[in-house]
Design a protein around this ligand. Sequence first.
Ligand SMILES: Cc1ncc(COP(=O)(O)O)c(C=O)c1O
Length: 347
Amino acid sequence: MYKNSILDIIGETPLISLTLDSKALANVYGKLELQNPYGMKDRVAKNIILKAKEDGLLLDGAPIIESSSGTMALGLALVGTYLGHEVHIVTDPRIDSLTKRKLKALGANLHVVNEMEKIGGWQKARLIYLNKLLERMPNAFWPQQYENINNPNAYNALADEAVEKIGKIDYLVGSVGSGGSLCGTAKALKKRNPNIKVVGVDAIGSSIFLQNDNPKRLQSGLGNSIQPKNVDHSLIDYVHWLNDEEAFNWTRELASQEKIFAGNSSGSVYAVSRWLSRNINVDLNILCIFPDRGDRYFETIYDDDFYNKFSLSKNHLNLNPKKENKIEVFNNWTFVNLKKVKTLETV
Ligand SMILES: Cc1ncc(COP(=O)(O)O)c(C=O)c1O
């Protein structure tokens, strides 16, 4: 049976049991969100745009404007232009050339800011530019993925799809950027199993969970320089942070061990899931989410020259994260129990 449109193949992504290693006790199931037409955020773009149309926030033919340089931009370009809207993406020079070309091919308008703000960096510069565009196009719709509830709500379907195939899910492992995928999926899964443990994966140098922001971090996708509203701390039990070298090496391991060619957020999620599979009981079920494919990282994570340029070692796969009781500046893979950690506000 064929589908009527490309939008109908968003979601219902494959779920596979991972091979892991000989020390694994628990089962790990990988949800291949990277098999969406462009990536995980296709779900978010579809949900946000359709809801905005339903609610009268996005009128027929009105433009859509968003600041993004990755999967959200692609999702909006896919869904927005398909439904007849002009899509304007505000980005900065760090955007990779593959994503840039894909966006143009889909018919999106790219606005690349060329100077960062002294305070607030590229994010701030993009926001200033976006606001100017909104002034110029007063009927435009701005999806605001960091606070729009239809971002996390887009993952109700992911939770349903996983429960239907796995049954009881004991642990959820997912990366955190806007918080939509982890918190949306967690909220939906908690209705089925209130005892589920939720594990967030972040980048060292990201300030989502109140570490110091390091704008020079090399990981993309996960992590943030702000604390988005869609990160609901009450839903998260543990947070793991990996540094760039660890994230990239585990991304390569995901390709070589599991044959999944993915981006670095998937690599970090894989590392945490591999570790967890050794450290919880036999036969418990772990669901983990793999957001995007590896193609746009072919000149970085998958290129040896990149490791030399940034003095990163290769084949460095440790499975010994350090447990801490308070959040401070970490240099290597570390995790905390968020329910027990010293109050975030006082850090
Ligand atoms: C590749 C990739 N991984 C992970 C994430 C984090 O997902 P979320 O925004 O749902 O927290 C993003 C977000 O843009 C992403 O693009």
